[in-house]
Design a protein around this ligand. Structure first.
Ligand SMILES: Nc1ncnc2c1ncn2[C@@H]1O[C@H](COP(=O)(O)OP(=O)(O)OP(=O)(O)O)[C@@H](O)[C@H]1O
Ligand SMILES: [Mg+2]
Length: 264
């Protein structure tokens, strides 16, 4: 995959020497994992390999003022990990990484359907259910959306079909949502007060596929700008709109000081 991206980045231009490659890594990546990544990139033809924290790369891609003496917070909820980073002066001031994300939600939906409907579904089906009906917080009013789910009946082994409603899905993924909120909360509690104060103005930027869950879904894009309103005892992050485009050309803009090749 790395080879493919290197070739794609070079286009038709001849490659006279191996390129310098910058890889995003979760802040919690171990030395062994980083070494494995470095080896993979070198084997793919990279001359020099640099690492950048995923949260910092997302912040740069989202056009946050990462080099300013002002704090910004990124919450990147991916398939396997949730990364929370507080960034100021071109570096990560505080970061937390937890191995919880969309895949855990899929597993929770599989387990819920098996437990309550005695039916087995695959993880791909669970992911479709999550994307269609998943929500970080239930809307109390109105008729709840439903979907038909097909799988295998565990009692007699034949194909079966059930109807699943949004409240069931919300209940199934609630524990994962709670864990993600806890990661954000823990990071906020460890953030120095001056930087925490900045977050009232700059808000919290959410990126990663799972940030598209409704009740996160205030904007149609992968990046959601939320007001940094954080109430103790409440999991609420309030939207104030704003749309950015993380990921694109973020590495061009990366300040040299933020690239860490010594971390292996
Ligand atoms: N519309 C959506 N609603 C909810 N979840 C979604 C949506 N679209 C994608 N996802 C979920 O987002 C996850 C993938 O997100 P992303 O592409 O950011 O992960 P990743 O960067 O590959 O993973 P990681 O950062 O953990 O290495 C998957 O679990 C996927 O099911
Ligand atoms: Mg990711």
């Amino acid at each position: 995959m790395i080879k493919h991206f290197i070739t794609q980045a070079h286009g038709d231009q001849p490659m006279l020497r191996g390129p310098d490659v910058v890889l995003c890594v979760p802040s919690g990546a171990t030395g062994v994992e980083r070494r494995a990544l470095r080896d993979a990139a070198s084997n793919a033809g990279a001359k020099r390999v640099w690492f950048i924290d995923e949260a910092l790369a997302a912040a740069i891609g989202a056009d946050l003022p990462v080099t300013h003496p002002m704090g910004s917070m990124i919450v990147d909820i991916g398939g396997g990990t949730t990364e929370v980073g507080v960034i100021s002066l071109g570096g990560i001031n505080m970061s937390t990484s937890a191995r919880v994300g969309g895949d855990n939600m899929d597993e929770a939906i599989v387990a819920h359907v098996r437990r309550t409907h005695n039916m087995l579904i695959g993880e791909a089906t669970a992911e479709r259910i999550k994307i269609k009906l998943g929500t970080a917080k239930m809307e109390a009013k109105g008729k709840l959306p439903q979907t038909t789910v097909k799988g295998r009946d565990l009692a007699n082994g034949v194909p079966a079909q059930i109807t699943l409603s949004q409240d069931e899905v919300a209940m199934a993924i609630a524990e994962c949502v709670g864990q993600i909120v806890q990661v954000v909360r823990t990071t906020l509690e460890r953030t120095p007060p001056e930087i925490a104060a900045d977050l009232i103005g700059t808000g919290i930027i959410m990126t990663g596929g799972v940030s598209l869950l409704p009740q996160n879904r205030y904007c149609p894009d992968r990046s959601h700008r939320f007001a940094g309103e954080y109430r103790r005892g409440s999991a609420e992050l309030r939207s104030f709109g704003g749309r950015t485009s993380p990921g694109r050309s973020c590495l061009q803009a990366a300040p040299a000081t933020s690239l860490d090749s010594r971390s292996v």
